[in-house]
Write a protein of this length. Structure first.
Ligand code: E4P
Length: 312
């Protein structure tokens, strides 16, 4: 009888848990874990965290300090359970401010250091805006590794590779959501899934141009999207879908392979090209803006919660 799909996937792709839920991380034993402002809000609200959250809120200098302290507290706990990277996102409010992103990223790394977690274990997540990509380029020069998120358009992927970032997170499910909303009756199953196609194109471009940047597919709506990307460098998967893969048996075929790539010279994308291509790509423009808004919405909820706890 064939093995379960999750065990087979682990043979060809580094499996990452997309959650701040410690129990789920214990259960699925991923190599890395990713969080975002929405996942930190969920994790902060989990039973058993309130007391510690209140302590953090009371000790913090201000709300920004409290927010980062919560993210690093959860991230440090995760880092003791996974052998690889833990991704922690910089405040969504800074998505268009290179200098403020740099300052906040450096302070997150320092904070992790105080918890005994070294920079080699952390990926600082930054939205793949032009300003975010510039910040990531500088952070990488300083030895701070980055994960460029909210990546929907090919121009974002090109600019990130150019900037030499450690990892990109091209979103799959949110691209599918956008296309489904535009064309509710279209068939987006299997290889017709526009999110799956986007990751394949980025993967082939990176491998074909010899970029070292890791491609980590993110934001999945169903197991089929994950299976269609088997072989991708990394895939970050929610606990619900990790459970579905672990509970399903059947053959799994590698779909992406770096060996097929024919290497060409790297290409440079200037700011005007990035902005032009993004403007031409309505899906990427909509989803990047909406993604920042949604992360900010959840971040504000956490700010309100921490503010209440601070007042006591
Ligand atoms: C991970 O890096 C992403 O933030 C996450 O996969 C987004 O998933 P969602 O589209 O289900 O919110």
């Amino acid at each position: 009888m064939a093995d379960d799909l999750l065990s087979q996937l682990r043979q060809m792709t580094t499996v990452v848990a997309d959650t701040g839920d410690i129990d789920a991380i214990r259960r699925f034993e991923p190599t890395d874990a990713t969080t975002n402002p929405s996942l930190i809000l969920q994790a902060a609200q989990l039973e058993g965290r309130r007391e510690r959250l209140a302590d953090i809120a009371r000790q913090a200098a201000d709300i920004d300090d409290a927010l980062d302290a919560v993210a690093v507290e959860i991230g440090s706990e995760i880092s003791s359970l996974v052998p690889g990277y833990v991704s922690t996102e910089v405040s969504a409010r800074l998505s268009f401010d290179t200098d403020a992103t740099l300052a906040r990223a450096r302070s997150l790394i320092e904070r992790y250091g105080r918890h005994g977690v070294g920079p080699e274990r952390i990926l600082i997540k930054v939205a793949a805006t032009w300003e975010g990509i510039r910040a990531a380029q500088q952070l990488e020069r300083e030895g701070i590794q980055t994960n460029l998120t909210l990546l929907f358009g090919f121009a974002q992927a090109q600019a990130c590779a150019d900037a030499g970032v450690t990892l990109v997170s091209p979103f799959v499910g949110r691209i599918l959501d956008w296309h489904k909303a535009q064309s509710p009756d279209a068939d987006f199953s299997g290889d017709n899934d526009p999110g799956v196609r986007s990751v394949k194109r980025i993967y082939e471009h990176y491998k074909g141009h010899g970029y070292d940047t890791i491609v980590m597919g993110a934001s999945f709506r169903n197991a089929g999207e994950i299976l269609a990307l088997a072989g991708c460098d990394r895939l970050t998967i929610s606990p619900a879908l990790l459970g579905e893969l672990a509970d399903t048996r059947g053959p799994l075929t590698r779909r992406l392979s770096a060996q097929d790539a024919e290497t060409r010279a790297p290409e440079s994308l200037h700011e005007s090209d990035y902005r032009w291509h993004m403007n031409e790509d309505a899906m990427a423009t909509d989803k990047l803006a909406e993604g920042i808004r949604k992360f900010m919405e959840d971040q504000r909820k956490l700010e309100v919660l921490l503010g209440e706890l601070r007042r006591g």
